[in-house]
Ligand binder design. Structure first.
Ligand code: NAG
Ligand code: NAG
Ligand code: NAG
Ligand code: NAG
Ligand code: NAG
Ligand code: NAG
Ligand code: NAG
Ligand code: NAG
Ligand code: NAG
Length: 458
């Protein structure tokens, strides 16, 4: 009798344990999200790609086989049948606060209006944001949007700088432009829209899901759900077709804490792209500063080192940096750039050229054409990211990146060739000024009038 009791007790205990273990695992897996309407094995990898740009009207810079960003985003919304998911650092599309606003500013209002109408088309809208008091997000919520709040201060002491869209888990946008009327009017922006590409989009959507899981959390989980792991990375690229041309691609992410197993970090992606370049590395970036500038400033060597290594070790490598010259340009940037240039002095086997893209001041006080681009193109690949090349951004802020590698076809048909053409257009434009010895451009003269209202800036 006694041993029977004992075995009943043991059995009961075992049941409890099993239930507990099941609960723990299901709790972790609840973290994932339904990917029910896409079968991973059957996902589509024959994709269309469109390069999008915003070029302010007053800049005499032609579109180079690129589509205007406003048109591209509107087209994406037209294609939506089920869901639109957006991550943006800002929500400032409604520009009515601005008195002397430029006429193109209405593009922002049009986009906001289209987003508010999604519900009437039975398309769901989900947004991830760190803004607690944005009037636009409130208006969208009233129109059926789901807004997921991320407390970035608590999670990483940083900000969300990610800027991407996922539409029907099939189409995507990623680029420098956020949901800001200036991105559709006065700023110079660059992005990529990819259609019919469930394989890649599914992976990007996992990052959206990861953000959603962090809603209202004040700390990061120690284990991420398996459903948030990366599907592709720098060692296992997705093989796909972009406009019928063979390509390889993957998505990267920042900061490190936001990278579950197998997800390539942005810095690793940048490193790989630089390492694989053979003849040239062209970089178009708003700010370049290898410094961490929290309480105690520190040299942040990662990207600077990658460039130095490339210059020294690669035969005949040509590096070009196109940087913005505006109020946020730290004077130290120039010193670091000179130091890079110094590496190739008297050397025939490498070259570093630096230019500043100088925005134009209009009579109404608006600054046109701040080069907000954030990409790198080499002879083999492109890296398109959300972050500035500044230490603080990679360490604290959330961003995503995308790497595309392609064989050069010699007929301007690949993304890599097209982006090179875009870069060269900007490089040779008369807004780009060469860094002159002993002459520091007064970038701080170029100040942006009117920041977004403080109520929208967290
Ligand atoms: C939220 O925004 C509204 C107007 O947009 C403002 O009146 C209010 O003070 C803000 N609240 C907080 C807590 O910032
Ligand atoms: C846009 O701004 C105008 C004027 O301030 C306001 O009337 C309108 O409600 C705003 N729209 C949204 C969606 O916030
Ligand atoms: C975000 O987290 C910080 C630090 O934990 C906390 O002080 C703050 O109140 C949180 N913000 C919101 C809106 O919950
Ligand atoms: C996406 O695929 C569908 C069905 O195969 C096709 O009808 C549509 O034109 C494609 N879209 C684009 C932008 O290529
Ligand atoms: C670094 O911090 C100092 C002091 O807080 C500030 O004056 C400076 O503008 C910062 N530089 C950058 C690049 O953020
Ligand atoms: C990231 O976001 C913060 C706060 O919104 C902003 O100050 C910073 O300029 C952003 N950086 C980029 C690269 O957009
Ligand atoms: C590719 O584009 C560049 C820049 O627009 C042009 O100079 C070149 O001739 C083009 N090459 C071909 C093969 O079309
Ligand atoms: C570019 O050239 C490749 C082969 O070299 C060819 O397959 C492809 O169709 C061409 N693309 C265009 C747009 O002409
Ligand atoms: C891909 O094809 C579309 C039209 O189908 C075209 O608009 C776009 O410019 C092409 N993209 C590239 C990178 O060639």
């Amino acid at each position: 009798m006694k041993s029977q009791h004992k075995s009943i007790v043991i059995f009961a205990l075992m049941c409890c344990c099993a239930v507990l273990i099941a609960l723990i695992f299901s709790a972790i897996d609840v973290w994932g999200d339904d990917e029910d309407y896409i079968d991973e094995a059957k996902c589509s990898r024959s994709c269309r790609v469109v390069l999008v740009e915003n070029i302010p009207e007053d800049l005499s810079t032609p579109y180079k086989d690129t589509v205007s960003l406003a048109t591209g985003l509107r087209d994406l919304l037209d294609k939506a049948h089920r869901s639109v998911e957006i991550v943006s650092p800002w929500w400032a599309l409604n520009s009515t606060e601005y008195e002397s606003k430029p006429p193109q500013a209405k593009q922002g209002q049009i986009l906001l209006h289209l987003l508010m109408r999604l519900q009437s088309r039975s398309v769901s809208l989900r947004v991830v944001s760190e803004l607690t008091n944005s009037s636009e997000l409130k208006a969208l919520t009233q129109n059926g949007a789901e807004v997921h709040y991320l407390n970035m201060t608590a999670l990483t002491k940083g900000h969300i700088n990610s800027s991407f869209w996922v539409v029907d888990r099939k189409h995507m946008y990623i680029g420098s432009a956020g949901m800001d009327w200036r991105s559709l009017s006065t700023m110079k922006e660059f992005g990529i829209i990819i259609y019919n590409c469930t394989c890649l989009v599914l992976d990007l959507h996992r990052i959206f899901n990861l953000y959603r899981q962090l809603q209202y959390k004040e700390f990061l989980p120690s284990i991420w759900s398996k459903k948030l792991n990366a599907l592709y990375n720098r060692d296992k690229n997705l093989q796909l077709h972009l406009n019928n041309t063979e390509a390889k691609a993957y998505i990267s992410s920042s900061p490190d804490d936001f990278c579950p197993k197998k997800r390539t970090k942005d810095l690793e992606a940048i490193k790989r792209v630089i390492q694989e370049a053979k003849t040239f590395i062209y970089i178009s970036i708003t700010n370049y500063l290898p410094m961490l500038n929290r309480s105690q400033p520190k040299y942040w060597s990662h990207i600077d080192n990658m460039l130095r290594e490339a210059l020294i070790l690669k035969e005949n490598i040509k590096v070009r940096l196109l940087i913005s010259c505006w109020e946020q340009t730290d004077p130290l940037t120039l010193n670091f750039l000179w130091s890079l240039k110094a590496l190739c002095i008297e050397s025939v086997s490498c070259s570093v050229e630096v230019k500043f893209f100088i925005p134009q001041m209009q009579s109404n006080g608006y600054l046109y054409g701040i080069n907000h681009n954030r990409y790198m193109v080499t002879d083999t690949s492109v890296y398109l990211g959300n972050l500035n090349w500044v230490g603080d951004e990679f360490v604290y802020n959330a961003g995503v990146g995308m790497v595309i590698s392609q064989q050069v076809e010699q007929n301007n048909s690949t993304v890599v060739e097209r982006m090179k053409t875009v870069f060269e257009r900007d490089w040779h434009s008369h807004y780009s000024k060469t860094l002159q010895p002993n002459k520091i451009p007064a970038c701080s003269m170029h100040t942006v009038k009117e920041q977004p209202p403080s109520s929208d800036a967290v």
